[in-house]
Structure formats: C-alpha cells, structure tokens
Design a binder for this molecule. Structure first.
Ligand code: FES
Length: 264
C-alpha cells in the first residue's frame, strides 16, 4: 500500500470554477456536492483546503462542509489512485462470487480494503449494492459498471488498468482516470456520455415480457381508483375504529342485560 501524493494548493482557475458551480443554483449551497467532486478532481481527495474554500464561497461553516464530505462514501479523505476499483460484496453479488473476487484482488494487488497499490494506480474498496443486481457479481471502475465478473476477469481488469490498456465499461464509456471522472461529476462533461449502451439486456427483460403480453401501466385515474397505500392505511384504521366501537357497544349491552337479570 502507498499514499498517493496530492497536488499543491487550489489554483485561481479552480477557485473560479468552484464559484461557477455555486452560481448554477438558486441556493448556492446546493452546489456543495459537485464542488467537492471538483476538489477531488484537482487534489485527488477532499482536502482541508478544499473544505475551507467551499465553506468560504458558500458562506457556511467548515463543519457543515465536513459533515457532507464524511457522510457520502464517494468523497475520500485519503488520496485515491488513478483507478478506484469497487467490488460489490452486498448480498446478491456476494453469493454470486463478489466475496471471492474481492479476496482474489486483495491477494493479487497486495492491498487491503480502501488501500492503494504501490504504483498508485489502483485503490481497492468493497462497495455496497450498486442497484445492478441483474448483472451480479458487479464491479465498478471509477463509478462505471463492469458486469458479470469472475475472479479471473477481475484480475485481468486490474492488470489492464495498471498497464494502461484501454478498458471499456460493460454498459458505459472508455474508463477515464479517477480525477477525470471526478471533474465530470462536478458538471464539466468529457463528451463520453453517449459511449456504450443506454441499458443492458438483463435490465430490459421485464419490459420485453410486458410488451409481449400487452401489459401497460395503469392510468392515473385507474391508479387513483385502486387507492394509494395511504388511502388503504386510512381505511384500515377506520375499519379498526368501527370494530372497536361495535365491540364496546355489545359489551355495554351485555352488561345491561346481566344487571337487568339480577334486578329481576
Ligand atoms: S448486490 Fe451487488 S449490485 Fe446489488
């Protein structure tokens, strides 16, 4: 494992871009997330200097900025290598081979979780469900999907990345470096958005079945007639109230009859 070096201070050009991001929003603080991505694009991680710059531009406290930067897992306080390689080890991917892939990569790269290889090329991290379970086990490289992986294809993937061989996402573009992708996440496009398919076949199976069988989504009016969960909950509560009231009335009636019998 090695510590990846970070750039020097934030340049005037970067500070101007941070202000540009803040100006995109009616409430400037809404720009904090992309601003933090720009800090990562420039410095390889969320630095103290980056936190202070964001706080000053947005006129909020550094604690506010730190709270956001430490809450979301896409923000890194430690330097990241050229390629952030995530292995999904959530339930479905884990049983489909994600755990085996992660173990194989740890051994092959000689790093632990959230550590970077000595050449500064790969940072390995186990990640949570990517909402891509139909392609389990999945990996991500700089947040682009790599589907239906195996321990062997994962090893080949990281070797290609380290050697500089061009790698393409299964459902996305050519893989760019961590800092390049962070700049895109800050809202500065790299013109690769149209590379790769919009959706893979496994994600479209349900749609095809629906088309074959002539299924359509209910119209708004029909959906209203069926009732929302909130409506159902209200109906259930009213039904429970009615039942309780009927039960209490019956108990009172029985008591009255018993009393009447005793008086007789
Ligand atoms: S469990 Fe891995 S993508 Fe859902």
């Amino acid at each position: 494992m090695t510590e990846v070096s970070t750039d020097g201070g934030l340049s005037e050009a970067t500070l101007a871009e941070l202000r540009q991001i803040a100006a995109r929003y009616p409430q400037p603080r809404s720009g904090l997330l992309p601003m933090l991505h720009l800090v990562q694009a420039t410095q390889g991680r969320v630095t103290s200097e980056g936190i202070e710059a964001c706080a000053e531009i947005l006129d909020i406290s550094t604690a506010d900025v730190s709270g956001v930067a430490t809450f979301y897992t896409m923000y890194k306080r430690r330097p990241v290598g050229d390629y952030h390689v995530g292995v999904c080890t959530n339930t479905l991917c884990a049983v489909m081979g994600g755990d085996a892939i992660f173990e194989r990569l740890k051994e092959h790269l000689d790093v632990g979780n959230d550590e970077t290889t000595d050449d500064g090329r790969i940072t390995l991290e186990h990640i949570e469900c990517n909402a891509a379970c139909d392609y389990a086990p999945v990996m991500m490289v700089n947040w682009e999907f790599m589907d239906n992986m195996t321990p062997e294809s994962a090893r080949q993937l990281v070797d290609d990345l380290r050697e500089g061989t061009e790698v393409r996402s299964t459902r996305g573009p050519r893989i760019a470096t961590w800092r390049e992708v962070e700049r895109v996440l800050a809202g500065f496009p790299d013109d690769r958005v149209d590379e790769g398919p919009a959706a893979g076949p496994a994600s479209l199976v349900g749609l095809e079945v629906a088309r074959r069988r002539g299924w359509t989504a209910p119209s708004t009016e029909t959906a209203g007639a069926v009732g929302s969960p909130a409506d159902s909950a209200t109906e259930a509560a009213e039904q429970a109230d009615t039942s309780r009231a009927e039960s209490e009335t019956k108990q009172e009636s029985d008591t009255e009859q018993q009393k009447g019998g005793q008086d007789d």
